[in-house]
Design a protein around this ligand. Sequence first.
Ligand code: NAD
Length: 273
Amino acid sequence: MPSENELIRVAVVGAAGRMGREVLRALTPQYGFKILVAVDRSCVGEHCRQLAGPEAPDLAVKDKLGAALDQSEVDVLVDFSHHSGAASHATSAMKRGVSPVIGCTGLSEADMGEIRSLTKELSVPAMYVPNFAIGAVLMMKFSQLAARWMPDAEIIELHHDRKEDAPSGTAILTAQLISESRTSDPVRLPRQVIKAEGARGGKVCDIPVHSVRLPGFLAHQQVIFGAPGEVLTLRHDSSDRQSFMQGVRLAAGTVKSLQGFVVGLDKILFRDA
Ligand code: NAD
């Protein structure tokens, strides 16, 4: 186990949420982390161990991020709250020299632009990771490879019914990567007769994306490549929130060594490739 002064000091926002509680259990000294700050707008004053069990830090949940960061020396902020607050949390962190690892999905281009320019202005690196599951990152990598030879693709993403944003951040990133990796144009479809609006999905980089929201799912995605006489399907399923924690540890442990604003865990997983 790393010694006390080697531990990466972490603040967690959205600590009382489903992902936040998982993070409270995952970023332990055993893995080289020490959580010093837990912030959420709900469960304020409650103890992290009451919320997340005995592996969680011995801390109470606070409600003001800036004040909490001023009271503790922290290296990294892990944000699993809501996309509407992510840019302001990142700004608050970076102004104090703390590197944000943003896990909330649904960040707008404007939010990302703001964070990107602050990373330059303040020389504090930051990450936005739409999907921390290693298998999902591999699915995106394999999709890039497939797109070089099979440019016709559609994406189906399936999530639990409490997910607000659609398409998912993973689906958007996958579509962007497929679009950048194609070496030939997809086949033009004949004129279509649409009998229910949205039946062909929403388009991201001209790739149809179909979003399913139902109880019973957690986070799943299928990328389907079609070519004359053959179909290739890549599918990833996260059936437990623990699937995201190895990626959260990787990002929180690496962000300080990066430059600028880095989007996607692939930039860490494949940085030597
Ligand atoms: P949740 O609703 O269970 O938890 C969110 C928590 O954040 C709640 O406790 C809420 O009170 C708190 N919160 C919201 N806005 C806040 C603010 N401005 N300040 C302080 N606290 C605030 O949601 P969840 O399922 O834990 O998901 C959280 C986010 O993580 C979502 O955006 C979701 O899409 C994303 N997510 C990302 C990944 C990934 O791999 N990147 C995986 C799963 C979920």
